[in-house]
Write a protein that binds this ligand. Structure first.
Ligand SMILES: Cc1ncc(COP(=O)(O)O)c(C=O)c1O
Length: 457
C-alpha cells in the first residue's frame, strides 16, 4: 500500500476497469480509465498540477502566495484549487453560467472564488470566459492565467503519464484509445504517446460540436466538444488540441451520451459524468466494428456526482425531452404533433418575417447556419405570431423595419414526454415566462412552438 506525503502525490496512476455489461455482444475487451479516482475527482487534476508546477518553475507564478486564475467548466478549477491549497496560492475560477450547480459549490468548498459569466458569448466578447479570466489575472497582483486551452503543460502531462499508464496497464495490448475533446489536452497528449505504439486514436464528440463537423449550437454534455457562437469570426479552437493526432471522430447524439451515462451507473456500478457517457457510447460503436484481438481503452474523465441534478434527475431528463415521464398523460398527448418549427433569425425586419410566414407562431432564433430543422433550446429567444406582427403594422406602419427580436415574447419550454401535470405545475411557477406559447423540446432541441393553453388548464 502506498503512503503519500501530499495529496498531490496521489494524482495519476488511476485504475483501468473492464466494462462487462454495456459491452455485451461485442468482441473486443473495453476498459475504462477511471479518472474520477484522482483526489480532486477528475482527469483535470493531472493538467492542473502540471500547469502550476511549470508556472512556478518558470517564475510566472511565485512558489507561494500567488493568484491562479482560470476559465473552467469546473474540474480544472477543482484541480487548481486543490493545488493552490497545498502550495499556498489563491484560486479564482471563471465559469459559464450553464454548469451544474454542484460544480460551483465544489469549487467554493475548496476555497476558490467563483466568477460566473454567460456561457454563450462570442469569443471576442470581453466577458467570454477566457477573456474575463485573462483580464482578471492581468489586473490582480501576483495573478497568473493558467489557460488550459493554450498551455502546453496540459497535453504534455498526458503524454508523460496517462498514455504510458495505459500502455503499461494493458501490457501493450491496447489497440484503440477513445476520449472526448474539451481543451483537447487529454486526447492530444495520451494519443501522441499511444499512437507512437500503433494505437488508433478516436475522439468522441457531441453531435452539435464543431470538432466533429457539427453546427456548433449548444448541446447538453458538459465539458467536451466545442460550442461556437455564430458571431465568432476568427479561429477559436484551443491551441493544445492537435487534430492530427486523432485518426477519427465519432459523433454522438446527446440522448445516446446521457443514456449510456445512466446505464454505466446502473449496469456497471460506475457513476460517471456525461462526457464519460459520450466517450463510452463512441467506444461501443467503435467496438461493434472490431474483433476479439482488439482492446479498447476509453477515458472516463469524472464522476456522476457532479451531475446529480441533471443527467441523473428524471425531472431534468423529461423537462429537456431526453426521456418520457413514467406515467402519462404526457405533453405530446395534449399538444399533437405540429408541422415543424417556423423560425425567423433575430435581426430580421418585421416586414421580411411577414413575407416569409403566412400565419401562426414563429420562433425567433439566434442566427446560425444549420441544416437542422430543430433548434437548440438556448438559441430560441422567444416567439412572435404573424397575427400580432400584422396587427402591429396595421396600427403603426412605420415599424416594418423593426428587428423582429424586439417583438419576441419569451416562452417556457416543456419536454415532449413530460407528464402534463408536472408541466402544468411548472408553467404556474413565478420564474416561468407567462406567454401564450410553449416551446416543445425533444432531446434538448425545440421541435415546435405550441399553444400553452392546453397545459395551463
Ligand atoms: C468532465 C470532463 N470531461 C472531459 C474533459 C475534456 O478533457 P480535455 O480538456 O483534456 O480535452 C474535461 C475537461 O475539462 C472535463 O472536465
Amino acid at each position: 500500500m502506498t503512503v503519500h506525503e501530499s495529496v498531490l502525490d496521489a494524482v495519476g496512476e488511476t485504475p483501468l476497469v473492464r466494462l462487462v455489461r454495456v459491452t455485451s455482444g461485442l468482441q473486443p475487451a473495453v476498459y475504462g480509465k477511471v479518472e474520477f479516482s484522482n483526489p480532486g475527482g477528475s482527469v483535470k487534476d493531472r493538467a492542473a498540477l502540471a500547469m502550476v508546477r511549470e508556472a512556478e518553475r518558470t517564475g510566472a507564478l511565485p512558489p507561494t502566495g500567488g493568484v491562479i486564475v482560470e476559465a473552467t467548466s469546473g474540474n480544472t478549477g477543482v484541480g487548481l484549487a486543490m493545488v493552490a491549497a497545498q502550495h499556498g496560492h489563491r484560486a479564482v475560477c471563471v465559469v459559464p453560467n450553464t454548469i451544474a450547480r454542484e460544480k460551483v459549490t465544489l469549487l467554493q468548498a475548496y476555497g476558490a472564488e467563483v466568477v460566473q459569466t454567460i456561457g454563450t458569448l462570442p469569443r471576442e466578447h470581453p466577458d467570454h470566459v477566457k477573456n474575463l479570466a485573462a483580464s482578471i489575472a492581468a489586473r490582480t497582483p501576483g495573478g497568473w492565467y493558467a489557460n488550459q486551452y493554450d498551455n502546453p503543460a496540459n497535453p504534455l502531462v498526458h503524454e508523460l503519464t496517462t498514455g504510458p499508464e495505459i500502455w503499461t496497464q494493458t501490457g501493450g495490448r491496447v489497440t484503440h484509445l477513445v476520449a472526448g475533446i474539451g481543451t483537447g489536452g487529454t486526447i492530444t497528449g495520451t494519443g501522441r504517446f499511444l499512437s507512437r505504439h500503433g494505437v488508433t486514436v478516436v475522439g468522441a464528440d457531441p453531435e452539435a460540436s464543431v470538432y466533429g463537423g457539427g453546427d456548433g449550437s449548444p448541446y447538453y454534455v458538459e465539458s467536451v466538444g466545442h460550442y461556437r457562437h455564430p458571431a465568432t469570426v476568427g479561429e477559436d479552437s484551443p491551441d493544445v488540441y492537435d487534430p492530427a493526432v486523432v485518426d477519427r471522430i465519432i459523433r454522438v447524439p446527446d440522448r445516446e451520451s446521457l443514456g449510456v451515462t445512466r446505464a454505466l451507473a446502473r449496469e456497471e456500478g460506475l457513476l460517471v459524468g456525461g462526457s464519460s457517457g459520450c466517450a463510452v457510447a463512441a467506444a461501443l460503436r467503435l467496438a461493434a466494428e472490431l474483433g476479439p484481438d482488439d482492446l479498447v481503452v476509453v477515458v472516463l474523465p469524472d464522476s456522476g456526482r457532479n451531475y446529480l441534478s441533471k443527467y441523473f434527475d428524471d425531472g431534468w431528463m423529461t423537462r429537456f425531452g431526453f426521456q418520457d415521464a413514467a406515467a402519462g398523460p404526457r405533453v405530446r398527448d395534449v399538444l399533437p404533433p405540429a408541422d415543424g418549427l417556423a423560425v425567423a433569425p433575430a435581426g430580421a425586419p418585421v416586414s421580411e418575417v411577414l413575407r416569409a410566414h403566412r400565419a401562426g407562431p414563429v420562433a425567433v432564433i439566434v442566427p446560425r447556419e444549420s441544416g437542422d430543422p430543430t433548434r437548440s433550446a438556448p438559441e430560441v429567444l422567444g416567439v412572435v405570431t404573424v397575427e400580432a406582427l400584422r396587427a402591429l403594422l396595421d396600427a403603426e406602419p412605420g415599424r416594418a423595419d423593426d428587428d423582429v427580436a424586439r417583438h419576441a415574447v419569451r416562452a417556457p419550454a416543456v419536454g415532449a414526454g413530460e407528464a402534463v401535470a408536472a408541466a402544468a405545475t411548472r408553467l404556474g411557477a413565478v420564474d416561468e415566462p407567462a406567454g401564450e406559447h410553449v416551446l416543445l423540446l425533444v432531446d434538448g432541441r425545440v421541435v415546435a412552438v405550441r399553444p400553452a393553453a392546453p397545459l395551463r388548464g
